[in-house]
Each structure stands twice: as C-alpha cells, then as structure tokens.
Design a binder for this molecule. Structure first.
Ligand code: B3K
Ligand code: ZN
Length: 876
C-alpha cells in the first residue's frame, strides 16, 4: 500500500455539483443500520457538462443507487474504498442511494457510533462520509430532512438537527421521528442522537421576542448535573445578543451528553453533542475548574451558531476562521462573566506552555496550514489558541467599535456561505480603512516570533530609547521568515513615582498606556519628556503571541510586580522573577552545587501575602510557581530532574520561610458557605488551596492535619480533590493509600470522578507511577475505547515529566504500546497521544535515542493516515 498523500490549499477547486436538499432515513441497528439518502443535486453554472459526480464514502456497503428514481447498473458507476464516481449525470437531478453501516462496531467515534448503547454522530471534519455517499466538504450546503427509525423501548428518544415535524409508531415495536433543518448547512454539522435519554428543559426569549425551547438530554442518573450548563447556555445567548447583536435562529436548541467522545463538544446545528466531561457538573463531583470549563465550552459551541454554522469555512484549511474567532469570542465571554485578569493569566500561561511547544516542534504549522494529510490532526492549539490571539490582535488594532462593525459586515455579507480567512480580514479592513496586508502573515507563517528588546534612559535629554528586534525561528518547510506586524502594548513605569509616565513619541502625546507597532526587523522608538528613569512594562495583557526578551534585573521585576498598573504584567513580572531564581537552581542542581534560595523571591511572596491585592483569584495565580512544563519551555535542553528538583526546592523554601503567612491565608479563606461556582467563591477557594499546597510542601503535622480535615469534610469536589492530590503526592504512604482507597470506593459508580482518581495517582512524583499505570489499565473503570479514560490515565501519565521521561525508557514504551493499540481502534486519539514523543529534540541524547526508538517502532506498524502523518513529521 502506498503512503497517504497530502492535500494542498493551492489545489482548491469549487465543487462541480451542489447538493441543494438532502433527505435521509436511518433505520437504526447496531450491526446493520440502513441509511437511505435522496439528494437534490445541481451542476455548478461554471462546471463542464462532462464533469463526473464524485462522492465521498468510506466503510459503507452500497445496496442500491438510482438517478431520478431510475436504478443505476454497476457499469454506470465506479466504486472504491473512498469514493463513488458517476459519469454523464444531468445538470439537475436527484440521487437515491441506500447503504448499510455498523455503528455498534465503530470504535473510531467518527460518523454514526454507539456510546453506552446510545446512538450518536460526529461528522466534523470528514465523518459524514462514513454515513452515506456525499460530497463531504464544507462548501456544499444543503437543507436537510431526516427521519430516524428506532426501537421504541431502547431508543425512546430520536433526535436530529432543526425542528421535529412528524412522528409515529411502526410495526415490530419501532417508531420514528422526522426532523427538518431549514438552514442550509454543510454535512459536517449534521447530527443524530437516539437512545434512552432524559431531558431538562428551560427557555430563552431572544432580543426580537422569540421564545426558544432549550433542552439538555442526559442519561437518567445525570439529571442533577445539568443546572450549570443550562445557566451557562442562557448567559451565552444573552451575551451574543448584546455583544455581537446575534440571536438564535431556530425554535429549539438541544445539548446531548455522551460518554464516548473524541473532543470536548460539537456545534451541530441546533443539536450540540457534548463529551459528558464538558457538560455535567455537580458541586460534589466537579471542581471549580470544571465548572468554568463547562461554561466556556457551552458558550463556545453556542457561539459557533454564527461563527461557523451560519457563516462556515470554504475548505478545511480555513479551520481557524471559525475556531480562532470562536475561541476569541468564548474567551471574552468568560472574561466578562468571571475575573477578566485571571482568565487572561490562565489562558496565556497555558498558551506559553503548550502552543509555544507545538510551534517549536516538528508538527509546527501556520494558523492557516497550506497542506495536510489528515485534517483531524489539525485541531491544534495553533488553529484554536493562536488563531484566537490573531483575532484578538485584530480587535485591538481596530478598536472594539470597528471590530464589531467588521464582524457585522462579515456575518451579514456571508450569511449562508462558505468563506475564507481573506473574507473575514477583508471585512475588518473595509470598515476600518486599516492596511492589514502585512498582518495577514500571521496566518501563513508558523513559529513563535521572538522580540529582543533593549531600553536606555538618557538623563540629560530625558529621553527613553526602546529598541525592538523581531525574528521568527525556522519551522519545518518554512526557512525564510518575513517580519510581522506586531502590536506591542506598553507603558513606562517611573522608578521614583511608581506611576505610569505620560508617553510622547515623535512629538505625539500617547497617554500613559499605548500600543506601538513593530513592523520592521528592528525599530527604535524614542520617547521624549520622560521625567524620571523608567522600567518598561512591555507586551501588556500579552498583546501579541510572541516571546519577549528584555534584560530585566531582579530589582526591576520586583518593582513591576508591585507597581505595574497592568495586572497581567504584574503576574508576568512575578513569573519572570521566579524563573531567574529557578534558572540558578537548575544550574546548581546540574553542577552538584548546594542550592540557595533567592531572598528576593521570598520577599516578593511575603509582600504578596501580606499586601493589598483585592482580587484573590489574581493573588492565587501570582503565588503559583511556573509549572514544570512551562519551565521546560524556557530551557534550551530540558533537564527533567533538575527542573523538578529546582521547583520543589523553591516550593519548600517558600513554605518554610512563609509558613505563618500561608497558615493565616489558609485560615482567613476557609468558609462553610454552601457551594456556588461564583467568581468570589472560586477566588477564595483558589487562594485557600494554594496556601494549603505550601503548607503541605514540608508535610509538617499541622499542614497534614489541615489537609486531612479538608479531605474528610467532603465539602465540595474542588476542596476534596485538592486535598486528595496533596495527600497522594506526598511521600507518606500512610496518607496517600487510605485516601485514595476511600475516594475510589466512594465514586466507583461515577465515570467522570473515576477519571480524576486515575489522573491524581498517575501525576504523583514518586517512582511507582509507571507500575500504577500498568495496573490501572486493568481496572474495571478503565477502557481503552473511551477517550476520557485514555486521557485521564495514559495522557496524564505522559504529562508527568519525571516519570514519563524515566531513564530506562519504559515510559516511552508504555505510551508507544497504547498508541499502537489505538491506531486501529481510534486513530484520532492515537495520533494525539503521540505528541509528547514528538518533542524528542528538546531532551538529552539518551532520551532522544529512547524516544526515537519508540517512534520508529510505531512507524513499522501498518498505520492509519492520522498516526502516519504525525510520526513521519516527528522522524523527519
Ligand atoms: N468543532 C468541533 C471540533 C470537532 C472535530 C473533531 N475531529 C469542536 C469545536 O471546536 O467546537
Ligand atoms: Zn470550536
């Protein structure tokens, strides 16, 4: 068999045939589901009359085929594993087909499959071709009418997109429901759900006064876990009305929770399907982080109704058109609903860890890739998160008002169409008059730009010279990088006054906080009338997705930590200060020199703990040390053990030096208020729990007692999980074993809580973790076919840096074994799971050799195109 080949953006051709209307009938059965399709098809005005009709189709058994109800003999079409080709078709006709599929044995979770006996679908990006023969591409948009036939007892509920228009009973205990979706849509937004589901109902009155019924469908035992998702949905609907002026466009909006799902959720028109982990919450089973995550994902999928569904992508290279924009929209929604600075800190800290790593590795690609083998591999942090940063920059470049006018124009002009990133940016350019030509490079150039900044204060002339130099590192397939248009938000903080100074640049007064535009390789900005020597505060609020280097002294950073008017940069200064100390300690560890704690970090933390930061959630973030993964991103060669040792040393030193402050903080933030996921309560719990982390760092009796008491009090999952993690990650088996056992027994019936139980124990630093993973893979609550379980156990293990990167290479072998198994069961998940192995260049020679060895072992298998693409890139 030949290797899978890439498709190229430059080869895009409009479809020769459009489907204007699609009628489907599903006769459900796990082993043999019959799918009848009737497609109304028209040849494109500009297509040749001789153009063949080519439909995608995979894993389908063709039963019959007809054109305008006249059966087609085998000689009139050509069929292979991937497509169906019919020559000499009329300019307009109907195509009738009948196929059989087997949802019960579909472990890839793409197309129609079963989860816990329930039927559900996942069609984005190219799953619809596993359901019926169809032009499976987003620029073919049709109205749909769908009839679902199922068993009245096992599938009492039969759902599809749009509005129900008919239902009835049939012979043999069967029944049917017919659904109509009046909005033309690409087939990737098609959805069907059938099973024994129960609903929670609410409603929402739109800004034009329409009453929309909202339904959340779950298995019976989860009915009490739906309240937060429903409330989040209503908040999101209201937010999109007053922020973007967009209202919902059907009479019914449904969300369904399923246990087996490759991603978080899917925005199918009117029928969003969610991974149960991304929708179900209860104070006793879900943490604050999950509550916030659910709110964000519910909003994200809802926002897609406009940014993605009403206006969709012309082809999959444009994926970030809908994903980057929609992530930006959900980030703003969460910022408006919760603590805006904390939302930004959390997003950026994740971005600088995970997206920077992707951009620096062998799978780096631009926000708009120009080729791919398997589109499923491109649902990445670059497409989603960097894409969102690019939209955020656009918004800041234009200002909110012009950005909003650009969004209005985009939604109105392209409603019901499948468009490109140029169409989106074009609207922004048209309404604002801004020249966005250079800005477009953000979409085509991969890699994280780095800015080397230097500043000099001239006392004699009261000027400040700020020089910025940009470079974007070489990435696979892209050696020549052009300068980008980088907006740098900044201020100059006076060292005497501690205040932002008034900024004058080339005679123009710019206020105290401004954006300067870096467009050349190197530019010097000369600020005049600078009354006192300043410390520059650069890239405020992370105004561009770049790495900024400035030779800050520790004194500068301690100063910014206290005086910067930008909350985000205060946090960033703290992280930079901690990083300088960590760098020293990593070097000391490597050289076998005694480690000494930097007193300036201790002082900075003491100031934080005893100072006046009002936002407790921000304070909790500032007291959190950079993660091992984040530290690793800053090192040229990752020294796993030195990073772990250095970070532990800082944690313990702070814990010892500031024990009384942490204790006071803990005690001041305990509360027995009944649980609510409100910003105020979440902030208080985060602060209390970070204090407990430090108290437990040295495992003194009082810290241990507080931790055990918090676990036993069983107040809410946030507190219980935090305490359990600290107990399980301690060196004392007498703390870890009983707590794990009690928790595991108590929650054995709840798969989402058991996922947390898996993750907590395989994230511990102790050296028994690999054996635990092997043992837990045999646990009755584990299943390799369930993506949540694989992520909770194997995925979490691969994030455990000291244990995954064991020098005997067994961590890598374990991961490769699971990848090989999943390669045939679920290629999408298999390909994602390889990621940590693809980062081999970042490690020492011995680890490089061991990691490559496993990649090569995987490469020898007969591979799915998903795994093939990732492994090829990693070994290139
Ligand atoms: N659009 C979906 C992605 C699902 C693709 C899975 N292969 C989720 C989202 O971004 O909203
Ligand atoms: Zn999305």
């Amino acid at each position: 068999m030949s290797d899978p080949q890439p498709v190229y953006l430059s080869d895009y051709q409009p479809p020769a045939y459009q489907v204007t209307h699609t009628e489907l009938t599903f006769d459900l059965d796990p082993a043999v589901t019959r799918v009848k399709a009737r497609l109304l098809i028209e040849r494109h005005a500009e297509a040749e009359a001789s153009a063949p009709l080519v439909l995608n189709g995979e894993h389908l058994t063709l039963i019959s085929l007809a054109i305008d109800d006249t059966p087609l003999a085998e000689a009139h079409y050509q069929l292979n594993d991937e497509s169906l080709r019919i020559d000499n078709v009329p300019a307009a006709f109907s195509l009738e087909s009948e196929v059989e599929i087997a949802p019960g044995s579909n472990t890839a979770l793409e197309g129609l499959y079963q989860s816990n006996g329930m039927y559900c679908t996942q069609c984005e990006a190219e799953g619809f071709r596993r359901i019926t023969f169809y032009p499976d591409r987003p620029d073919v948009m049709a109205t749909f009418k769908v009839t679902v036939i199922g068993n009245a007892t096992s599938e009492p509920v039969l759902l599809a997109n749009g509005n129900p228009v008919d239902k009835g009973t049939l012979e043999g205990g069967r029944h049917f429901v017919t659904w109509e979706d009046p909005h033309p849509k690409p087939c990737y937004l098609f959805a069907l759900v059938a099973g024994n589901l129960h609903k929670v109902e609410d409603h929402f009155v739109t800004m034009s006064g329409r009453d929309v019924s909202l339904q959340l469908w779950v298995e019976k035992e989860n009915l009490d876990k739906t309240g937060h998702a429903m409330a989040s949905l209503k908040r999101a609907m209201a937010w999109d009305e007053h922020t973007y002026g967009r209202e919902y466009d059907l009479d019914l909006f449904m969300i369904v929770a399923v246990n087996d799902f490759n991603m978080g959720a899917m925005e199918n028109k009117g029928l969003n399907i969610f991974n149960s982990a991304a929708v179900l919450t209860h104070p006793k089973t879900a943490t604050d982080a999950t509550f916030q995550n659910v709110e964000g994902i519910v909003a994200h999928e809802y926002f897609h109704n406009w940014s993605g569904n009403r206006v969709t992508c012309r082809d999959w290279f444009q994926l970030s058109l809908k994903e980057g924009f929609t992530v930006f929209r959900d980030q703003c929604f969460s910022a408006d609903t919760n603590s805006a600075p904390v939302k930004r800190i959390q997003d950026v800290s994740f971005f600088c860890t995970a997206q920077f790593a992707e951009d620096a590795g062998p799978t780096a690609h631009p926000v708009r890739p120009d080729h791919f083998i398997e589109i499923t591999n491109f649902y990445t942090l670059t497409i989603y998160e960097k894409g969102a940063e690019v939209v955020r920059m656009l918004c800041h470049l234009l200002g909110w008002e012009d950005f909003r006018r650009g969004a209005d124009l985009y939604f109105d002009r392209f409603d019901g169409q499948a468009v490109t990133i140029e169409d989106f940016v074009g609207c922004m350019q048209e309404v604002s008059g801004a020249d966005l030509q250079q800005f477009m490079r953000w979409y085509s150039q991969a890699g994280t730009p780095e800015i080397d900044a230097r500043g000099e204060y001239d006392y004699v002339h009261s000027t400040y010279h700020l020089t910025l130099r940009q470079r974007t590192p070489v990435t696979p397939g892209q050696t020549d990088k052009l300068p980008l248009h980088i907006p740098v938000r900044m201020g100059l903080v006076g060292t005497k006054s501690g205040q932002d100074l008034a900024l004058t640049l080339e005679g123009e007064k710019l206020g105290k906080d401004t954006v300067i535009h870096l467009r050349e390789d190197e530019q010097t900005f000369v600020f005049t009338d600078v009354a006192e020597a300043p410390v520059p505060s650069l890239l405020r609020d992370f105004s561009a997705p770049v790495k900024l280097h400035f030779p800050y002294s520790r004194e500068d950073l301690a100063f910014l930590l206290t005086y910067d008017s930008d909350g985000f940069n205060r946090w960033d200064a703290g992280q930079r200060l901690a990083m300088l100390a960590l760098d020293d300690l990593i070097a000391a560890h490597r050289n076998g020199v005694e480690k000494v704690m930097d007193g300036r970090v201790v002082d900075a933390f003491r100031t934080l703990l005893t100072g006046q930061i009002d936002d407790k959630a921000v304070l909790a973030e500032m007291l959190t040390l950079p993660s091992e993964a984040y530290i690793a991103e800053q090192q040229p060669i990752v020294d796993v053990d030195a990073i772990h040792a250095a970070r532990e040393f800082v944690r313990q030193s702070l814990a010892m030096e500031l024990r009384d402050e942490f204790l006071a903080t803990y005690q001041a933030n305990c509360s027995d208020e009944s649980y609510a996921p409100t910003p105020a309560q979440i902030a208080q719990r985060s602060l209390k729990n970070i204090a407990l982390t430090y108290l437990m760092a040295v495992e003194d009796e009082q810290g241990v007692a507080l931790c055990e008491a918090q676990f036993a009090a069983d107040h809410n999952m946030t507190d219980v999980r935090h305490a359990l993690t600290l107990l399980v990650h301690s060196d004392r088996d007498d703390l870890s074993t009983p707590a794990l056992k009690a928790f595991g027994e108590k929650w054995a019936h709840d798969p989402l809580v058991m996922d947390q139980w898996f993750t907590i124990q395989v994230s511990r630093p102790q050296s028994d973790v690999l054996e635990r993973v092997e043992y837990l893979m045999q646990h009755p609550a584990f299943s390799i076919q369930n993506p949540n379980k694989v992520r909770a156990l194997v995925g979490a293990f691969a994030q455990n840096r000291v244990n995954f990167h064991r020098l005997d290479g067994k961590g890598y072998v374990l991961l490769a074994d699971v990848v090989i198994k999943l390669n045939t069961l679920n290629p999408e998940i298999a390909a994602r799971l390889i990621t940590p192995l693809t980062r081999w260049q970042r490690f020492d020679e011995e680890r490089q050799r061991l990691m490559r060895e496993q990649l090569e072992r995987i490469r020898k298998e007969p591979l799915s195109s998903n795994v093939f693409e990732v492994v090829e890139k990693a070994l290139a």
